[in-house]
Design a protein around this ligand. Structure first.
Ligand code: SF4
Ligand code: SF4
Length: 382
């Protein structure tokens, strides 16, 4: 298992992590088995959003004796009412539910306290200027949460949250189909057939700039819905009209800027093993470029997807990385310090390009790589 920095939190998280969908089985037997499997696979990051008291009790038992082995992302603002999950911003309910979370999980801290499901700008404004954010800060000051996070499907709202400097981690829905869709306050729009009927061209600019902003600000992204609830793995269900593999979906998410980990909402041990098998998959198995190029209704032309399909370069240039650093700089209008450092650390830079054109022949998206290399030399000076 490889590990990545979760933004600037100082946490090192496994590239593959565990969502809590599989904890919702009828008799609860799967919870400890999933945790055993996660530990065996060296997964160290776990998302837990549910306020269901039974599921909290079960996870508490499954964590007993090994709490320190897992970095726990759990959610504020979820509460349990009449056997139903309910999102709330009512601060007394938020407080009560958080206390209940710590008690049932038999822990005295949560590593990342996620402010749950913020998809509207009005909701975000009320959160950041109101009692919910005050409570999150209070918990952090008391050491009951170590970092403040937020979950969202909306890139515009997420950008506002990242710009505010108030959140350190963003849980965001990332897959190649969602990435085409403009911001919406209704996450059902992300999967509505009518939104995939016309020709789409490239990634939605708000989503792309969100990932770049997170990278610049050091906000780590934890990815939900990388498989679109499984639909992307089935050609008959996928709006892309082409089935992707789990490895391709995971690799797509992990090659977006700022992404630290992909949460596998595994319902079975086998599904978790399939996600973790990404770690030992060959480069060809992860390569999503050819599948993307075959997608009807979707054109990615001229746009670097950071897929790495253009490798190898005879001058040993990592074209995807150079292009990513160039795009991050163009998005900011100046060179962010972290990008400058990362570029400096490259052994082979754009100045080594001999304009052989081999990469352009292999790029399925028609990216003008040689022009990009020249621009990178002008931008970074080498
Ligand atoms: S230049 Fe083309 S092949 Fe290379 S990483 Fe970008 S999209 Fe992929
Ligand atoms: S054109 Fe430049 S970047 Fe592309 S393969 Fe040739 S040397 Fe490498």
């Amino acid at each position: 298992m490889k590990y990545r920095n979760l933004g600037k939190t100082g946490l090192r998280v496994s590239e593959i992590s565990l969502g809590c969908e599989g904890f919702v089985d009828h008799d609860g037997t799967l919870t400890p088995l999933l945790m055993d499997k996660a530990e065996e696979l060296h997964i160290n990051y776990l998302d837990f959003y549910t306020p269901n008291p039974n599921l909290r009790d079960r996870l508490g038992k499954a964590l007993a004796g090994r709490r320190e082995k897992f970095i726990l992302q759990a959610h504020l603002c979820t509460t349990w009412k009449g056997d139903q999950y309910e999102r709330t911003r009512e601060i007394e309910k938020v407080r009560t539910s958080f206390d209940d979370l710590l008690t049932r999980l038999e822990t005295d801290y949560i590593d990342v306290g996620m402010i749950h499901y913020v998809d509207s700008m009005q909701d975000w404004q009320e959160i950041c200027h109101g009692p919910v954010m005050e409570f999150a800060k209070e918990l952090k000051a008391a050491g009951k949460i170590r970092h403040i996070g937020m979950s969202s499907h909306n890139p515009v709202v997420s950008k506002a949250a990242v710009e505010s400097g108030l959140i350190e981690v963003l849980m965001f829905s990332i897959n190649p189909c969602y990435d085409l869709q403009p911001a919406s306050e209704d996450c059902n729009d992300l999967w509505d057939d009518k939104n995939y009927q016309s020709q789409h061209v490239n990634i939605d600019p708000d989503r792309e700039s969100l990932y770049e902003l997170c990278e610049e600000k050091g906000v780590g992204i934890t990815v939900m819905k990388a498989f679109g609830g499984g639909d992307l793995l089935d050609a008959s269900m996928s709006p892309a009209g082409v089935a992707l593999t789990a490895n391709q979906c995971i690799h797509y998410a992990l090659t977006r800027p700022a992404v630290a980990t992909v949460l596998s909402g595994a319902h079975t041990l086998k599904e978790l093993e399939i996600s973790a098998a990404y770690e030992s998959a060959a480069d060809e198995e992860k390569d999503y470029a050819v599948a993307f190029a075959l997608m009807p209704n979707i054109s990615w032309q001229g746009h670097c997807m950071y897929c790495g399909h253009c490798a190898p370069c005879p001058a040993n240039i990592d074209v995807a990385s150079v292009t990513k650093f160039l795009n991050l700089t163009k998005a900011q209008g100046s060179i962010p310090e972290t990008v400058r450092e990362h570029y400096s650390a490259l052994e082979h830079t754009a100045e080594n390009c001999v304009a052989c054109g081999a990469c352009e022949k292999r790029c399925p998206f028609g990216v003008r790589i040689i022009d990009n290399m020249k621009e990178a030399v002008t931008t970074f000076g080498r």
